[in-house]
Write a protein that binds this ligand. Structure first.
Ligand code: ZN
Length: 70
């Protein structure tokens, strides 16, 4: 068994094996060769879900203050 790719392009089937490459691709969000969709094969390499960026408001995570602050 050889090393498994960390990221693969759905469109051109190019594969990346390095953690550094996976990190860069996560930021870019698209295949640098064909702009295709990337498939992240290693847990933790995939981009965070959009909801995580909106988690700055405690009430949005924990509910309204009256439900958790007593
Ligand atoms: Zn591609």
């Amino acid at each position: 068994m050889g090393p498994r790719p960390r990221v693969r392009c759905d469109d051109c089937s190019f594969e990346w094996f390095g953690a550094t490459a996976a990190h860069g691709l996560r930021i870019v969000g698209a295949c640098p060769r064909c702009r295709g969709r990337l498939e992240f094969l290693v847990a933790g390499d995939e981009p965070p879900p959009p909801a995580a960026a909106d988690a700055r408001d405690p009430a949005a995570v924990l509910g309204t203050p009256t439900s958790w602050a007593r």
